[in-house]
Design a protein around this ligand. Structure first.
Ligand code: F6R
Length: 608
């Protein structure tokens, strides 16, 4: 998983490439590099570490020219070092290439090239492609790239330059994202739109298997037979501001505070009076009556939103619903039938496991929907309909606003389908719709409160080695998500458990200093969770209670008390997770962690 960017035009290419790579660092940040053409050959600069390391190299040893490609890397083949960094150069020194993805059959291709006398410098799969295209080159880069694509298995987005055609970049994609930016006398390519926003908002999303020939004068698209394809230009509504921190210390904090707006956007146009309006999904009662089961596919945080989604869908639609980690589903020999409705959940829309699981269910004839944040990404392109969460770009690696908007998406979907099937009555729908309407305001109130207990807890417990999070029913996944947030950005071990499971094992961990966060808002399992807390208190454990404003019993039991506004229990996971996001954030900042780019992780996992 990497970020790629390319430029052709009158500016200094390195400046455009560095600007673009800065916006793409969320895709990978263990090394970076650029290659620039200037008529007298290609020049390459690379550096291990963050982009700032590459900038330092360039400031001491700059390269000039108006055609270039740049890459920020998250290692998959070969350790992060300078040799393995992109761009890679072909054996004849003429071709440069950057790549996002994995070439699965690179070993056999490499063997073949070695037998032909090619010497390899790096351990990467990408270098194989550089040599193959250089060998196929007979004066036309587009033809050479296309010929080699036929030999590759795996996922890729490539951008390629050649000394003998120094005015152009040839780019293509299969399973990895690529967008083209259209300028005036200049053109761009990138893995994601924010990389282009400083220069243009006119974009073309490359379809799977298409090739683009990008020059100053224009962009030409071709299909895999090299037949010309018409450009489908759109103007993105994203702004550069949206991709920047706007005064917050970290993207994660900014994104936590964007949740009121993000939730309002997710709901916008989808509730009308007392009703949910899902017309954008083209679902009708007849089709839904044929659905005998729902399967939810997702990874990580999105998987936890899917776990809440299961409870919501079963409550409102009464259709049996199963939740799958997409990486497990792929290899579980799943039973697929055309009566199945599959919902893929993904912030990025690019998660390789989710995408592949989707392809499997599609091949089995299932109907598919996505809940996704990134417009035009691979998952929405694969499914029959998408409920976009409209949360705006999420740059911090730890997902926050994407999660709460996914939850809102599930509420809409569950109530909407339930009503279409006649299994959710009008009064229930009206009650939930009113709850949704209040959510942005309640979220804002919660964030404005500056939750003192959260900061006190972060300070007091930042040095412990373990944390337990417990919840039940709708808030069992909240416990999992709270624990994931803490471990991924603070590196403190944390576990999320169903409260009722404590006595079946984990209770053995509890002693004087062991902290448990108990998520117990109003709702039918609150009392049960309070009993679980009593069991912990009886063993002298420390308990942070997360409960609804005014819950006196919780106040009495709590060592620390975090309160959220009263709401329908189906909506409580949306409010309950917010203090947990903040707890993780403040704990991590107290510990001096790199909150937006935690070690070993990257924002979108486009490899298996
Ligand atoms: C955790 C996190 C990841 C993602 C997971 C799926 O904070 O962000 O666990 O949720 O990699 O990503 P998407 O939602 O893009 O499919």
């Amino acid at each position: 998983m990497c970020g790629i960017v390319g430029y052709v035009g009158p500016r200094e290419a390195t400046e455009v490439l560095i600007e673009g790579l800065r916006r793409l660092e969320y895709r990978g940040y263990d090394s970076a590099g650029v290659a620039v053409m200037n008529g007298s050959g290609v020049q390459v600069r690379k550096a291990v570490g963050r982009l700032s390391a590459l900038e330092k190299v360039l400031s001491g040893n700059g390269i000039h020219g108006g055609v270039g490609i740049g890459h920020t890397r998250w290692a998959t083949h070969g350790v992060p070092n300078e040799v393995n960094s992109h761009p890679h150069i072909s054996f004849d020194g003429k071709l440069s290439i950057i790549h996002n993805g994995i070439i699965e059959n690179y070993r056999e291709l490499k063997r073949e090239l070695i037998e032909q006398g090619v010497t390899f410098k790096s351990d990467t799969d990408t270098e194989v492609v550089a040599h193959l295209i250089a060998k196929a080159f007979d004066g036309d880069l587009l033809h050479a790239v296309n010929a080699v694509l036929k030999r590759l298995r795996g996922a890729y987005a490539f951008a390629v330059c050649h000394n003998d055609q120094p005015d152009r970049i040839v780019a293509t994609r299969m399973g990895s994202p690529l967008v083209i930016g259209l300028g005036d006398g200049e053109n761009f390519i990138a893995s994601d739109v924010p990389a282009l926003l400083k220069y243009t908002r006119r974009v073309v999303f490359l379809e799977e298997g298409q090739l683009a020939e990008v020059t100053r004068e224009g962009v030409k698209l071709f299909d895999s037979e090299l037949k010309p394809v018409a450009l489908k230009e759109t103007t993105t509504s994203l702004t550069l501001d949206a991709a920047e921190k706007e005064g917050y210390e970290h993207f994660m904090l900014k994104e936590i505070h964007e949740q009121p707006h993000a939730l309002a956007e997710t709901i916008r146009g989808r509730i009308e009076g007392e009703r949910v309006d899902l017309s954008e999904l083209n679902l009708d009662a007849e089709t839904l009556k044929g659905v005998n089961r729902i399967a939810l596919l997702a990874c990580g945080t999105s998987l936890y939103s899917a776990m809440v989604g299961k409870y919501l869908l079963e409550r409102f639609t009464r259709i049996p619903t199963e939740t799958w980690s997409a990486s497990e589903f792929r290899y579980a020999d799943p039973v697929i039938d055309p009566g199945m409705l599959v919902i893929a959940v993904s912030q990025s829309g690019e998660t390789a496991d989710t995408l592949e699981a989707l392809r499997i269910v599609k091949a089995g004839g299932a109907r598919t929907i996505a809940i996704c944040n990134v417009m035009g990404s691979s998952i929405p392109r694969t499914v029959d309909g998408t409920l976009y969460t409209r949360a705006g770009p999420e740059i911090g690696v730890a997902s926050t606003k994407a999660y709460t908007t996914q939850l809102a998406g599930f509420v809409l979907l569950a109530v909407g389908i339930g009503r279409m099937l006649g299994r959710t009555d009008e009064a229930t729908e009206a009650k939930i719709v009113e709850g949704l309407r209040q959510l942005p305001g309640q979220t804002k109130a919660l964030l404005d409160e500056d939750i003192v207990a959260v900061k006190r807890c972060a300070k007091r417990y930042k040095d412990v080695f373990n944390f337990m999070y417990i919840g039940r029913h709708f808030n069992y996944p909240t416990a999992m998500e709270g624990a994931l947030k803490l471990k991924e950005i603070s590196y403190i071990h944390a576990e999320g458990y169903a409260g009722g499971e404590m006595k079946h094992g984990p209770l053995a961990l509890v002693e004087g200093t062991f902290p448990t966060i108990a998520i117990a808002p109003q709702g039918r399992t609150r009392e049960k969770l309070i009993s679980n807390v009593q069991e912990i208190k009886a063993r002298k454990g420390v308990v942070v209670m997360l409960s609804t404003h005014g819950d006196e019993e919780a106040r009495e039991l709590a060592d620390y008390l975090i309160e959220i506004p009263a709401c329908e229990e189906e909506l409580s996971p949306i409010l309950a997770v917010i203090p947990l996001q903040l707890l993780a954030y403040y704990t991590a900042t107290q510990l001096g962690r790199d909150v937006d780019k935690p070690r070993n992780l990257a924002k979108s996992v486009t490899v298996e």
